[in-house]
Design a protein around this ligand. Structure first.
Ligand code: MEV
Length: 312
C-alpha cells in the first residue's frame, strides 16, 4: 500500500490560550480525512515526483515548488526521517474532505497523510512521536507559532488535553460527547488570527492575560466535565469559552450568530473552534435536538453541518 491518511480535529476548549502556554482540549474528527497516495505513472517514467492536488488546483513537479512550501517541506523531512537517498518518481495524489483554513486541522492532516504514504511506500513506519514532530515543523509554515495541539491530536487520533512542554494527556470521556460542527463558509488562515492575538497581548497585556487565565480555568472545569461525562457542564464551559474568545477579538458576527442559533435551539453549549475570524463552530447537542439545532444553524448561515461524536 502506498496510501497515508489522517483525520481532522476539533478544539473543544482552549484555543489561542494554548499558544501562550495554557492547556486546551481537542478531539480527532474521523468523519473527515486527508489522504495521500503515491501512484506510479501509467505511461512514460516520470522525471521527478509530481504533486497533484485537484481539490486546490495544484499540479506541479516537486523541483518547481519553492523548497519552504508545506508540501515540499513535509516530503523533505519525511525523506530525512526515513533516511531515503532519493524520493520516488511517482505521483503524490492528495485529496481531503477537511475544509482548508477552517479550524479543522487540514494542514496537519495533509502533512501526516504525506508522511504515512511515503513511509508505507518505503516499507517503514515512523514512530508516532516522529510523525507528530514533522507535522509540527510544517505547521510552523502554516501558523507561525503553532502550539503543537493540532499535530498531536491528529497524529495520535484520540482526544487529548494538551499543554505545551508537557506530555499530552489522553482523555477518556465518561460519556459519548455528541457534537455538531457548523461551517461559517468564511475561510480564515490560522496564522492571521494567532498574530492578531499576539498583537493584542502586546498592546493590552493585562486584559489579554486575564482572558488566557479565565480560559485556563474553563479548560480545567471542562476536563473534569469530559472525564465525568457531564455534557451539560461541558456545554456551559463552551459558552464561557466563546465569551472569552470574543474578548480576544477572534470571533466574527457570523460566528456569534451561529453560536447563538445553536444555544437558542437547545444545544448545551457552543463556541467557535480553531483559530476563529471564520471557520467553524462546535456545539454539544443532545441527539434528539440535532434536527432542530441543524435547522436553526442553517437559517443563521451555516453552509455545512457535520454531526459527529467523541466516543466514551
Ligand atoms: C488551532 O487549531 C488552534 C490555535 O490555538 C493555534 C494553535 O494552537 O496552534 C488557534
Amino acid at each position: 500500500m502506498n496510501i497515508g491518511e489522517a483525520p481532522g480535529k476539533v478544539i473543544l476548549l482552549g484555543e489561542h490560550a494554548v499558544v501562550h502556554g495554557h492547556p486546551a482540549l481537542a478531539a480527532p474528527v474521523h468523519a473527515l480525512c486527508a489522504r495521500a497516495e503515491l501512484r506510479p505513472s501509467d505511461s512514460a517514467p516520470l522525471p521527478d515526483l509530481r504533486i497533484e492536488a485537484p481539490d486546490i488546483g495544484l499540479f506541479a513537479w516537486l523541483r518547481e515548488m519553492a523548497p519552504h512550501t508545506p508540501i515540499a517541506t513535509a516530503l523533505r523531512l519525511t525523506q530525512e526521517a526515513l533516511q531515503l537517498p532519493s524520493l520516488p518518481k511517482v505521483i503524490l495524489y492528495l485529496t481531503s474532505t477537511i475544509p482548508v483554513a477552517s479550524g479543522l486541522g487540514s494542514g496537519a492532516a495533509i502533512t501526516l497523510a504525506i508522511v504515512r504514504a511515503l513511509s508505507s511506500h518505503a516499507g517503514q513506519s515512523l514512530p508516532l512521536e516522529q510523525q507528530s514532530a514533522i507535522a509540527f515543523e510544517v505547521d510552523k509554515i502554516h501558523h507561525g507559532t503553532p502550539s503543537g495541539i493540532d499535530n498531536t491530536v491528529i497524529t495520535y487520533g484520540v482526544p487529548i488535553r494538551f499543554q505545551s512542554g508537557l506530555p499530552p494527556q489522553w482523555l477518556q470521556p465518561g460519556a459519548t460527547l455528541p457534537l455538531l460542527i457548523a461551517d461559517s463558509g468564511q475561510a480564515s488562515p490560522t496564522g492571521r488570527a494567532v498574530a492578531a492575538v499576539g498583537q493584542r497581548l502586546q498592546h493590552a497585556p493585562a486584559e489579554t492575560q486575564a482572558a488566557f487565565e479565565a480560559i485556563h480555568q474553563i479548560v480545567d472545569r471542562g476536563t473534569s466535565a469530559v472525564e465525568h461525562g457531564q455534557i451539560e457542564e461541558l456545554g456551559a464551559c463552551m459558552n464561557a469559552n466563546h465569551t472569552q474568545l470574543r474578548a480576544l477579538g477572534v470571533s466574527s458576527p457570523l460566528l456569534d450568530r451561529l453560536v447563538e442559533a445553536a444555544t437558542r435551539a437547545g444545544a448545551f453549549g457552543a463556541k467557535l473552534s480553531g483559530a476563529g475570524l471564520g471557520g467553524n463552530i462546535v456545539a454539544v447537542v443532545a441527539p434528539a435536538l440535532v434536527p432542530a439545532v441543524t435547522l436553526e444553524l442553517q437559517q443563521a448561515g451555516a453552509i455545512r453541518i457535520l454531526q459527529t461524536e467523541v466516543p466514551a
